[in-house]
Write a protein that binds this ligand. Structure first.
Ligand code: FE
Length: 204
């Protein structure tokens, strides 16, 4: 798909969304204020920065990490992160020998309360099919080359379960605060298509 055809497609989705919105408001089914509030939440509050806070906390607090891996949903709810597409979250941990990556082979299920809305490529057919058949090759295209002895586990999100990747803490971050650590955690590392590679610079 060319960039132009994607932009054209996005424009048509935008127009249809606007049309649907005015119909709902006109029919008195929703208020513009309510819609604005929902959109603001998705734009400003929901996003990978939440997942990053979970990861940073797990890196510095072993008891939290243990609970997180055992019962993701309620442990994440401790931080107030709940809601749509987060009803059942399972956290999978990356280690030097196991690399986890998430996908939704059927559509675009994604842990919204932790990562916000999914990137475009996550929703598209090539990623959804190829990450299952050739995970090593696809990760390589993302710039992530894993050694042959690293096991790759692909987790298929569904309407029931949303997986979330706990990336490895990079070397050289010893003694950093939770806030500093949260700033270096990327969205792609929590999807599993990237690592947080050392050396990392301490955020200011
Ligand atoms: Fe889906």
């Amino acid at each position: 798909m060319s960039i132009q055809s994607i932009q054209k497609y996005e424009k048509s989705v935008e127009i249809r969304t606007k049309a649907l919105e005015s119909l709902l408001v006109e029919a008195g089914l929703v208020s513009t204020d309510a819609l604005e509030a929902i959109i603001k939440t998705y734009e400003n509050e929901l996003g990978p920065q939440r997942g990053a806070k979970v990861v940073a906390k797990a890196w510095v607090d072993p008891a939290f990490k243990e609970r997180l891996l055992r019962d993701g949903t309620s442990t994440i709810a401790e931080l107030g992160y709940t809601g749509l597409q987060g009803e059942h979250i399972v956290v999978v941990e990356n280690t030097p020998k196991v690399h986890n990556v998430i996908v939704c082979t059927l559509c675009s299920c994604y842990p919204w309360p932790l990562l916000g809305l999914p990137p475009k490529w996550y929703k598209e057919a090539p990623y959804r099919s190829r990450i299952v058949s050739d995970p090593r090759g696809v990760l390589k295209e993302f710039g992530l080359e894993l050694d042959d002895d690293v096991e790759i586990r692909v987790w298929d999100n569904s309407s029931e379960i949303r997986y979330f990747v706990l990336p490895e803490r990079p070397a050289g971050t010893e003694g950093w605060t939770e806030e500093e650590l949260a700033k270096i955690v990327t969205r792609d590392s929590m999807i599993g298509v990237a690592k947080i590679e050392p050396p990392v610079k301490k955020p200011v």
